[in-house]
Design a protein around this ligand. Structure first.
Ligand SMILES: [Zn+2]
Length: 254
């Protein structure tokens, strides 16, 4: 992991748990640069810690073995499957959008340590319909376009060549969907094919977190290295640091 190079010793966040939680590489890229004087920021960031399930999100990317494998032995971590979750707390963040991509609350990337096998399974399942559609189209299209066959088909019905081409595309897609469903069912015993059913995600949901995109399928992105900056990317040790104490009445203090 890149070393952090924090130079702004004047910053009120400097050396605090809040700074460690934000986990920026340099002070220049910090979203709180210039706004750090607001002491409520510490409360918001402590709230982020309090909303963590036991073990915190850091356990997912700190794991040396795959967190998606169900079977033993679990594969060695070779990449990270990133799944974004959001929380509606704290409401104050509605005004501080720089901490969050949503209009309100926190956003955190869950970075599941993932082995090469699980990554391959997720990608094969995702791309299966596309591949079968392309293959079937590439086989059928030249056939119905070939002069002899096209003529014979048109003799039966003028629309037949086009109907066959469209049918090949649709058929390819449906076959792909079926294959990827069967493939997923086979993999269900080996791994968490849907991260939304992962025990850690369920524990996040108990704390009020929700998937950032509420779609039929979970949005997963793969990275070779864990994301190294921003909320939710700090190492697990940071969460147990003492909370920043803020003055009761900051307006009156100097
Ligand atoms: Zn795995």
């Amino acid at each position: 992991m890149e070393a952090r190079n924090l130079t702004d010793t004047e910053c009120t966040l400097y050396g605090t748990k809040s700074c460690a939680l934000l986990n920026m590489r340099t002070c220049d890229e910090c979203p709180l640069k210039g706004r750090e004087a607001d002491p409520k920021i510490h409360l918001d960031l402590q709230k982020f810690c309090d909303l963590q399930p036991e073990g915190t999100v850091a356990q997912l990317f700190e794991s040396k073995t795959c967190t998606l494998c169900k079977d033993e032995p679990k594969g060695a971590t070779s990449c990270y499957a990133v799944f974004d979750m959001a929380h509606e707390e704290p409401k104050t963040l509605a005004k501080r959008r720089f901490l969050s991509r949503k209009a309100t609350g926190f956003m955190v990337p869950l970075q599941f340590a993932c082995c090469a096998k699980c990554r391959r399974r997720i990608l094969i399942e995702a791309y299966m319909p596309l591949v079968t559609t392309l293959v079937l189209t590439c086989v059928v299209l030249p056939l119905v376009m070939s002069e002899k066959l096209a003529q014979a088909l048109r003799a039966t019905a003028a629309w037949l060549p086009i109907a066959l081409a469209i049918g090949a595309m649709l058929g390819g897609y449906l076959i792909g969907k079926l294959l990827s469903w069967l493939y997923r069912r086979r993999n269900d015993a080996l791994m968490y094919t849907d991260v939304r059913e992962h025990p850690f995600v369920l524990r996040m949901e108990e704390k009020g977190w929700r998937p950032l995109f509420n779609d039929r399928k979970a949005h997963i992105a793969f990275t070779r290295k864990p994301i190294a900056r921003g909320l939710g990317t700090a190492p697990s040790g940071v969460y147990s640091l003492p909370a920043v104490e803020i003055e009761e009445n900051p307006e009156n203090s100097d």
